[in-house]
Design a protein around this ligand. Sequence first.
Ligand code: TXA
Ligand code: MG
Length: 331
Amino acid sequence: MTARGCGKVRGVGPEILEAGVAAIARAAELIRAGDLVAFPTETVYGLGADATSDAAIAAIFAAKDRPTFNPLIVHFADPRAASRQVAFDARARLLAKSFWPGPLTLVLPRRESCRISLLTSSGLDTLAVRVPGHPIAREFLAAAARPIAAPSANVSGRVSPTTARHVVDSLDGCVSLILDGGPCEIGIESTVVDLSGGPALMLRPGGVSREAIEAVIGGIAEFGGGDAPAKSPGLQDRHYAPDRPLRLNATRAHAGEAFLGFGRDAPKSLPGDVMNLSPSGNVDEAAANLFAMIRALDRKGISAIAVAPIPDHGLGRAINDRLRRAASGDA
Ligand code: TXA
Ligand code: MG
């Protein structure tokens, strides 16, 4: 049986290597040969490929079963490497200076001399770029010596991976090597800010809070206008979805439901499965636990996962964004 469009056989697992010097060198070699390598970032695990190779980028879309109209983020070892491919304005320079390396993605106009495969950005004249902060990601980018396109290493529309094990569970035989760097510290994807035309636009809340961005460049418009899908084709409603439905803003579990709590008041013992995103009520801790706990609770036999309300500030906004999308389409 083959898995999705990647042509590899399910069950023929990828190589998983603890990310040391030799493993990173091997990963870089595979990238240069056009293979797919999953690697840790501070946000989630990425499914990486040589961003300058049409064939390697096509393999990412096939492995994830991702619609080709949904563009990928390109990762660079440092801001200078990014500025060779896209045009930075004053705001972009300020944000890069404040948050790179780190969980911020900037959508900027492609330079005419841009060497990144057009498939990467789905034919758009903009490109999403990021310099990740995770030391393994940075060493890997330096060793590969080329930009690496990397969406989250999960099947399109499903829960993002925050451990190497999640990547195996999601992509199985479709990836040649997984660099294991342990659990991701932030646990939720990068914030995506569009600076490609006019006012700054928040396309996706993520690892850098809106408050922190506004402290650097001032007010930023919320994504969600009429041209929203055209602006960021990846932000379709249903996304990040577990197999079982989610029920949001729940104060208790109904019979048959699992419960995902938050804060001190969350019930500790219920008949079904119960987990707590952050017993102390810390939204950063909750973000780090979100995807792993949803995966753990998403088991056969439960009717739904009931999720407690999460405060809508800091990383709480990114959590609520993911929960709303994961629940959209559920009855
Ligand atoms: O934290 C992250 O950002 C992770 C790690 C691996 O870096 N990557 C990630 O990639 O979340 P992905 O492909 O799952 O999400 C990329 C998002 C999508 O919503 C996509 O539509 C948007 O970025 N995007 C990419 N290029 C764009 C562009 N040129 N214009 C507008 N949106 C773009
Ligand atoms: Mg994703």
